[in-house]
Design a binder for this molecule. Structure first.
Ligand code: NAD
Ligand code: UDP
Length: 324
């Protein structure tokens, strides 16, 4: 019998490539679709020889065509790091809006279930702590992060509309800061930034006074949450993240210890609209999916550091992505 087919957009990116691995392991046939704007084929090159894996080089903000049946669609295409979406704001708005619209249309035609990757940025600079799914958020639509936050808010709105008006099977996951192997070392997110600085012998740059908080989830836990939500019958948004909260100042100290760097921690201006605190309330994930984060930060950081150490020197010194 032919295997069920899954389309993963953003499949050459950090999360998308781990999802490709997981769905192949689960016995599906996987199509990864990506325009490589922030992704990298090296994340999926180990899959090219796999009989059940295909790669489509395509920008999902333009009409998406996939021949044959599809059982599931996972829409993960989008720049995800503040530095990336500040450099490519229009593409970010388009992939969250037009791209999502195209994929919802495709899901309708194929009678497929679709899961869209939303984000804790839906909550903006939150006034409620920890963040529960019922919170509407505190987003500045015209600030620098607005291009990402509002695209993702539109994504949730249009996904719910397709669910309500077309009866489409939809799932919405709100992902909180996730890290692990295959993050891009130069993508500007805090973990690759700090580890990259330590490996190059540079000072670690903490933005602001370092009192802002984040809660970091290891990629394997995140992938498990995504898989469980997709397979569930729950169509409202679910937070997936590790509730273990830490200030960025303390996080920098953890990276100093982990890497043994002799460099200092230095302070730089806080970017505009940088959320002051972020921690997921994961009650829904526990109750509905039986999910909770299992990998501690110290465990996850060790694995991720080993990955970054194994990268070739030229990657360590590459400042920009080759495609923008
Ligand atoms: P990433 O940049 O590593 O991956 C995104 C992938 O999407 C890249 O391969 C990129 O080339 C591709 N892409 C972007 N625009 C595209 C387009 N128009 N057409 C086709 N492909 C396109 O980022 P990531 O961390 O893996 O994030 C994946 C998804 O998860 C994103 O939707 C992001 O918003 C969401 N998310 C991630 C996090 C996190 O902490 N990693 C947190 C919240 C939400
Ligand atoms: N940050 C920092 N130094 C860096 C990069 C980021 O102090 O070199 C801070 C950033 O200002 C934010 C936090 O780390 O407060 C997390 O930033 P990231 O870009 O990883 O994710 P997000 O802000 O989207 O949660």
């Amino acid at each position: 019998m032919a295997k069920e087919r899954v389309l993963i957009t953003g499949g050459a990116g950090f999360l998308g490539s781990h999802l490709c691995d997981r769905f192949l392991k689960e016995g599906y046939s996987v199509i990864a679709m990506d325009n490589l704007i922030t992704g990298d084929l090296r994340n999926i090159e180990h899959l090219f020889k796999h009989a059940d894996f295909e790669f489509y080089h395509h920008d999902v903000s333009s009409f998406v065509h996939v021949p044959g049946d599809l059982k599931y669609i996972l829409h993960f295409a989008s720049p995800a790091s503040p530095i990336d979406y500040l450099k490519i704001p229009i593409q970010t708005l388009k992939v969250g809006s037009l791209g999502t619209h195209n994929l919802l249309g495709l899901a309708r035609v194929k009678k497929a279930r679709i899961l869209v990757a939303s984000t804790s940025e839906i909550y903006g600079d939150p006034l409620i702590h920890p963040q529960v799914e019922e919170y509407y958020g505190n987003v500045n639509p015209i600030g620098p992060r607005g291009v990402y936050d509002e695209a993702k808010r539109f994504q949730e709105a249009i996904t719910m509309a397709y669910h309500t008006y077309h009866g489409l099977e939809t799932r919405i996951i709100r992902i909180f800061n996730t890290y692990g192997p295959r993050m891009r070392l130069n993508d500007g997110r805090v973990l690759p930034a700090f580890i990259g600085q330590a490996l190059r012998g540079e000072d670690l740059t903490v933005f602001g006074d370092g009192s802002q908080t984040r809660s970091f989830c290891y990629v394997d836990d995140q992938v498990e949450g995504i898989f469980r939500l997709l397979m569930s019958d729950y169509h409202l948004p679910v937070n997936i993240g590790n509730p273990d909260e830490i200030t960025i100042g303390d996080f920098a100290e953890e990276i100093v210890k982990l890497t043994g760097t002799k460099q200092k921690v230095v302070y730089k201006p806080l970017p505009q609209d940088d959320p002051k605190q972020r921690q997921p309330n994961t009650t829904k994930a526990k109750e509905i999916l039986g999910w909770e984060a299992k990998v501690s930060r110290s465990e996850g950081l060790k694995i991720t550091y080993e990955y970054f150490k194994s990268l070739p020197q030229e990657v360590l010194y590459q400042r920009d992505h080759k495609n923008f």
